[in-house]
Every structure is written in structure tokens, then in C-alpha cells.
Design a protein. Sequence first.
Length: 367
Amino acid sequence: MSDDRLVKFPVSVIGAGCAGLSLAARAADLPAHKLSLIVSKQDDADDHIWGFWAMEWLQPATLAARKQWNNWKIISNDQHVVHHSARHPYCAIHRHRWLQDCRDKAEASGVEFCHALFPQAAPEKTIAGQVLDSRPPPVPKGVMLQHFVGWEVRVAAGAFDPKTAILMDFRCDQTRGMHFIYFLPFSDQEALIESTLFSPELAPADFYDTAITSYLATICHLSAFEISRRESGVIPLGVLGQHDPGLVGIGANGGAIRPSSGYAFSFIHKQIDYAVSHAVAGRPLAVGVPHSAFELWMDRIFLSVLRRHPELAPDIFTAMAAALTGDEFARFLSGEAGIKTWIKVIMAMPKIPFLWGLIHPEAKATA
């Protein structure tokens, strides 16, 4: 029997953000399932850069990336750690580009887009088949946040080294929590520069702008630059609840955000890749949290340390980076670390703060 005559199992996704559209783009790999997306409003969010390391489950995104870097740095006042990886380059992709690519693939595969209000009550009883909920999870007051402001700037030719990304540079104001500059040079005169904070509260708007301007002046030795684009965001950290506990969550609402780092793009795709590769005809998709129980436990310890001792962050991250190769670092932050890598990371951590965190891990977030 041909695919178009099969009785397909219906799967409806509430929301058409990264998770919903990325799953819809895989519709051709799910011939026994009929995908539809419930969209309540037009996506008017600003463009963002999503970063990730090239992994087996991210091949389409890797090919669509604006740029890849085989070299990256972690920098503090006392140490510069340089990593290289030919196998797992660090990649940057534009949000708008990726979502449009996914929409195009979904429409070509016959995914239905339903423009309607989200069901207000018991959608699992009013929509046939499986309902996956990609709406953002609730963020309780006091939860640790990753918040950032970024500028994409253009400067004189030859000012930047386009071969090396700087993932964390702690040579910036540390008075408001763990703070670093994230620097992605797209060419020798174009770069994204972000001021990123890990803390329970947002900083005043001018804090981020001042940090970026200061970095350009003191580290890059630049006073003349043109801002071509701005971006900002807030990512909740920790183990979060779900938008609707009665539904199966997917994406951030399904636990895809890595609690200790805020990385989500890679883990959303790991979550989707598992669901697609384990799909069974006539049955719901198996969508689960893409982190192990051990990883979640260790992340709670780590967040507890960062909350109590943010001043240790520069030494913690440079020590961890120095203990690992580029491949190990990339796989660790992509949730693919083996026991040997975990031992290296644990041995590099300051013992007394982490023993305290072991006894007092970050509480699970509850709304």
C-alpha cells in the first residue's frame, strides 16, 4: 500500500517555533504519521543567532549555518584556553533562516498549518491523536536566568580574526553575577558581540550596552563601529515545569533547555531525532527529556554553585576548558560526554563549593 493510502496517526503540535517547525520539517521521515501545527499568531520575534556544535543529529542545521569555527576560546583575566575541533566545529545559524527552511520543508511534505487560538481547556480531549505542546514553560520568580543583549557590528577591515570564536570572555564587569562576552566573528570586519549574564534578576538596559562598548574599546581597541542588528533574550535555567502538565511537552516545554548552560537548539534536535528514529506506525511519538538523570542532577549542583559563588565562574569555566580537548568540550556541552570526560570535569572543579552544592543542589523550579 502506498504512503498516501495509509491511515496515518495524527500528531498535532501547539506552536510553530523552533521545536514545532523543526519536527514538521521531518515529516517526510514520518510516513505513518500526519503532522499538523496549531499556530495562534504570526511569528514576529526578532532574529537571533543560535549557536551549537556540529553533531550527528544536526547535519541539516550545520549545512545551513552562517559560519562555522574550528577554533574557539574561553578567556579569564588569568587564563586563555584555545580549543580546536575538526570534527565538531562551533556553528551559528540565524533563527529566521532556520525557521523558514523548516516551514518550506514542512509545506512541501504536506504538513497542515492550522491558524487558530490555542485550545483553552483539555486539548487532548478535543484534538484527535497525539498533542505535543511547544508553548514556553512557566518561569517562576527567582529562577536562575541567562539574559543577554547582542550587537552585530561592522568595523574597519582586518579588525577581527574570523577563524576563532570567543565563547566566553570574563574580562568584563562581574558585579551583577556571572558575566561574560560572547564574540562570534563572521569576517574580519563583522561580528556578533553579546553581553551575557547568569543571575536571577535582569540588569538595567544600559549595563549590557556599556559592557559591549567597553569590550570593543578596551579589548578590541575599536571606537568606530556601525551596529547593523541588535538582539536580546532571556533563557530560564534549571529544571522547569511544563506549560500544561496534562500534555506531552516538546522543545523548551519538554525539558530541552540544558539547565546549566541555556543551550537549547542542539537538544531540541536531539529530542526530535530520537522521536523520529523511534517512531512506530499507529502509535504516538516518543518525546522525552534529552538529558540523563545524572546530567540533570549535576546541573542542579552546578547552578547552586553559580548562584552562591558567581565570582568563581571565570576560574570554573577556564579550568573545565583546560581539562578537556576541543572534541571533549564540544561533546560535553552537547550532552554526549562519556565517563572519562565527566571525571575530567569533576576533577577540575573547586572541591569545597561543589561539595556544598552537592548537599544543597538548585531546587527544581515550580510555578
